[in-house]
Design a protein around this ligand. Sequence first.
Ligand code: NDP
Ligand code: MG
Length: 406
Amino acid sequence: MKVAILGATGSIGGSALALAEAFPEYIEITALTCGRQVERLAGYVTKFRPGLVAVGGEAERDRLRGLLKDLGSPAPEILCGEAGQVAAAVESGAETVLSAIVGGAAMAPTFAAVGRGLRVALANKESLVMGGELVMPLARQTGAEIIPVDSEHSAIFQALGGQLNSQGLRRIILTASGGPFRGFTGKQLESVSREQALAHPRWSMGAKISCDSATMMNKGLEIIEAHHLFGLDYDRLDVLVHPQSIVHSIVEYLDGSQVAQLGPTDMRLPIAYAFSYPERWPLAEADRPGLAGLGPLDLAEVKFQGYTGHLTFERPDYETFPALNLARAAGRQGGMAPAVLTGANEAAVNMFLEGKIEFSAIVRIVEKVLEGSPVRPVEDIVGAIEAEREARRLAERFAGEMYKTS
Ligand code: NDP
Ligand code: MG
């Protein structure tokens, strides 16, 4: 299978390339992309020999050229900017595109891959949040298969027997780890640091999604993602906190029966399934490079915070983590509201990661941007991208005002 990996230098990208190393008989890499980490990309290019590569800008393109020359590696075609990312998605001959760029920057290449009718292994949730009302109908039109990589949505997809059709379902229950601040009070959240926010108890992920897990905005975005993927109303999408992150999500049928998917806490599994679907590759069996640390799940041996063999469940604390209800409300509102939500959130998270604002300001800023943005329908992808960018600008302005007066 010919695969293009967008966001190859990230956490998901690295897991996908581990799979490419483990299963060269299944995966041929035709394109790799990144933003700024060209040193890492150069290593991957040398190893996997894609024909097409795209990086953030011209400076990164020139640096990558130089690095590949120094390494004595034959240079692929190197493109840059958004147009380069789009070309990597649709011009490399890939049949499957892994969308693993973080944030709204994934929108244009993901939309292009869907428009071309390719299989899209979708890790990036922001694109579906921004443009779900356009992306899903486009996929139906072009025959593009959107296979979720996000572990919860992969779990639901698997629990449904490998389909996106939710007929006969009473509800979907998205499990959430609760993040590093589960059990904290609102007051305690006021003094948490960047390091604490990034120290996820169960998953090793990129900085933005780790921070989203800490505010629980990640689960909020996932509610909207599930709404679009599975076509279920918001009142049928529930959240259940499950700190061990072994039950990846649950579907409940009209008779009350619940079907769940369980697995190790490792993104190589949902990525592999999005590639191999409807087949399954022997991840738990093979002794191969790229599969280190993976093996069959032994529930009796699950260890978490001093307990062994315990799986526990609790309700989310909606008061301490208002991002959940904020996202749900934006999803219900529809139109541009989810694009505004994710744009404002991305800007606020970036400002927090850069040390410009406090953790507790993130969700306050998102709320303020939503309140200050006009309610408009989503007409086209350009409009969704523009609404997201405008929300980022507004978030930066509000943050500036908040920190000037305080
Ligand atoms: P990382 O921050 O680890 O990686 C992000 C990737 O996107 C990097 O390769 C980065 O390149 C690239 N990138 C960022 N901006 C641009 C840009 N403007 N143009 C091109 N490439 C860009 O993120 P993750 O791998 O953790 O997450 C990726 C996506 O998958 C996110 O949307 C996240 O929500 C989703 N996801 C992740 C999970 C996880 O376990 N990590 C689980 C479920 C979903 P560079 O670093 O070179 O600048
Ligand atoms: Mg998830």
